[in-house]
Design a protein around this ligand. Structure first.
Ligand code: MTE
Ligand code: MO
Length: 223
């Protein structure tokens, strides 16, 4: 958008949602936007690149059919809801390509995720103004916490597919969260409930010495 149009009386200023969608549209014109970065700017410090995709979790890998799958969105919101598979797949669907950075030091490039953006999810539940944090609850008992800003960030989505195929259950299918700008422990597999909160509550690894935020670019690994 040019500076001129901001002062054109015939063009109303775009709403926040329109600005967000415009940004997505621009990003999506570059299918592998993170691949445009020079290699030195793409791999966070202390990471090495891997071609395969390791499986890491607490050891219990719940198998949930799409028929039984439910996602509960609750807490300090105007519109709490429980989505079944039909409701979830009926939401606006997006694709996003991003890199994985695991705190155990592997990174995997160019993962194409499909699912529902957290921005659209937030528009559906309408969190109260006082909401500052999100706590994710998974079928294996795992939890992890995010600020509302990190949850709402660009590229964050509830993914049901990877590289165009349904996400396998060892990697958290039917649905996992993907938070590409933080270490991968924030990307909860087998997501079951999303809780909107005014105060923070550390999750499973955050209670056990992992950093509360987990920014790979500043190596927020432990402590
Ligand atoms: N539900 C659940 N989600 C989880 C975990 C877990 O144990 N349970 N482990 C986290 C950690 S530490 C990592 S590194 C990634 C691993 O995801 P992957 O097995 O698909 O590589 O999942 C994250 N999400
Ligand atoms: Mo991890």
């Amino acid at each position: 958008m040019s500076d001129d149009s901001a002062f054109d009386p015939a063009t109303p200023p775009p709403s926040k949602l329109t600005q967000t969608k415009t940004r997505w549209a621009q990003d999506h014109r570059l299918p592998a936007r993170r691949a445009d970065r020079p290699e030195s700017a793409r791999l966070p410090p202390g990471q090495h690149r891997t071609e395969d995709w390791p499986v890491l979790d607490l050891g219990e890998q719940p198998v949930v059919s799409t028929a039984d799958w439910r996602l509960e969105l609750f807490g300090a919101v105007d519109h709490p809801v429980i989505w079944d598979w039909t409701a979830f797949t009926g939401q606006t669907q997006i694709d996003d390509v991003s890199d994985i950075h695991c705190v155990t030091s592997w990174s995997r490039y160019d993962n194409r995720w499909s699912g529902v953006s957290t921005q659209d999810l937030l528009a559906a539940v309408a969190p109260h103004d006082a909401v500052r944090h999100v706590l994710l609850h998974s079928h294996d008992g795992y939890t992890t916490n995010l600020t509302i800003e990190d949850f709402a960030a660009e590229g964050v989505l509830l993914a049901h597919s990877w590289q165009g195929k349904p996400l396998s259950s060892d990697h958290g299918g039917p649905v996992r969260l993907i938070v590409p700008h933080l270490y991968f422990w924030k990307s909860a597999k087998w997501i079951r409930r999303i809780e909107f909160r005014e105060n923070d509550a550390p999750g499973f690894w955050e209670q056990r010495g992992y950093h509360n935020r987990g920014n790979p670019w500043t190596e927020e690994r432990y402590g």
